[in-house]
Design a protein. Structure first.
Length: 145
C-alpha cells in the first residue's frame, strides 16, 4: 500500500460555539491552518505515482478562493472546529479524488484533527452535516448579523 500527502496552507479567523462563555475559543481568533491531504493506493501509475501532485491543484484553488483570509463562520455552514473542517474537506474532495484516504487539519504546530472514513460511513456524512446545521442554525444566524 502506498500513501502520499500534500500540505496546503491558509490563514483565517473563526469563533467556536457551544463552549463555556469563558473558553478562549469562543472569542474571535485566527490560525495559520495547514491542511494535509493523504491519498492511498495499492497500485502505482505507469510513471510510479499514486497521483501526480500537480493534479491536486483544485484543492489549492478552492482554499485560496474560499477560505484564505476569511472568517470561517461566514463561509462554512457548521461550527468550524478542526475536526469539522477535516470532515468537510474529505466530503468535498472524495468524489474528485477517489484515492483520498485522510484529511488532517492543523491549527497549530502541536494540534491536529484527522478525518478518515470507511465506505459504510460515507452515506452518513451528508446527513450528519445537515443535522448539525439545523441544530446550530440559530447560533450561526446570530453570528452572521
Amino acid at each position: 500500500m502506498y500513501t502520499i500527502s500534500k500540505e496546503f496552507h491558509f490563514s483565517a479567523s473563526h469563533q467556536l460555539f457551544g463552549l463555556p462563555v469563558d473558553h478562549p475559543c469562543t472569542r474571535l481568533h485566527g490560525h495559520n491552518y495547514i491542511v494535509i491531504v493523504e491519498l492511498t493506493s495499492v497500485n502505482l501509475s505507469k510513471i510510479g505515482f499514486v497521483k501526480d501532485y500537480r493534479e491536486l491543484e483544485p484543492i489549492k484553488k478552492f482554499i485560496d478562493e474560499n477560505l484564505d483570509h476569511r472568517h470561517l463562520n461566514d463561509v462554512l455552514q457548521f461550527n468550524p472546529t478542526a475536526e469539522n473542517i477535516a470532515k468537510f474537506f474529505f466530503k468535498k474532495f472524495k468524489k474528485d479524488f477517489p484515492q483520498l484516504s485522510a484529511i488532517i487539519v492543523k491549527e497549530t504546530e502541536k494540534t491536529a484533527a484527522r478525518y478518515i472514513t470507511s465506505h459504510d460511513e460515507e452515506d452518513h456524512i451528508e446527513m450528519e452535516l445537515k443535522d448539525y446545521r439545523e441544530m446550530y442554525s440559530d447560533v450561526f444566524n446570530k453570528a452572521k448579523r
